[in-house]
Every structure is written in C-alpha cells, then in structure tokens.
Design a protein around this ligand. Structure first.
Ligand SMILES: [Zn+2]
Ligand SMILES: [Zn+2]
Length: 82
C-alpha cells in the first residue's frame, strides 16, 4: 500500500496540492509554505511582500499575481513530489 500525504491526500511519488503544508521548497529544501523564498526568488516589492505576509485573499491583486508568479517559478525549478 502506498503512503498518502496526511495534509492534502496525494499519494507517494505524486505532487502535493498547491501549497500543501507538507510540500518542500525546491529552492531551499524547507517547508514551502513558510520558507520565505518567494520574496527572494520573485524579488517582491514592499506592497507585494505585505500582501504575501497578510495572505488575506489570493483572488485579489497584488497577492493573486504574486501567487501566479510563484507557482510558475516553482514549476520551472521543479516541484518536489511527496
Ligand atoms: Zn500534501
Ligand atoms: Zn524555500
């Protein structure tokens, strides 16, 4: 029987759901949702950084754009499967 992520439910060897708390960051190897690489990799400005820190509504700019760019950067780098 294969293992299942206890957060997002993905099976071993598959990618986690976007921003699953168990996903590791391909840039630093830390916990993706809390490692802070987004700021460095995307070179966020103050407004974007604040939006990301507050994380209120990711359907509203500038947070929506930050998330889109971050997902793209992760895909380019290669996300780490479970
Ligand atoms: Zn997961
Ligand atoms: Zn990182």
């Amino acid at each position: 029987m294969s293992k299942v992520c206890d957060d997002c439910g993905t099976v071993e060897g598959s990618l986690h759901e976007a921003f699953c708390t168990r996903e590791r960051c391909p840039f630093c190897g830390g916990q993706l949702v809390s490692c802070g690489c987004a700021s460095k990799v995307l070179e966020l400005d103050a407004d974007e950084q604040k939006a990301l820190d507050d994380y209120e509504d990711d359907s509203v700019e500038p947070l929506a754009g930050v998330i889109r760019r971050w997902v793209k950067a992760l895909d380019r780098k290669g996300r780490i499967p479970f």
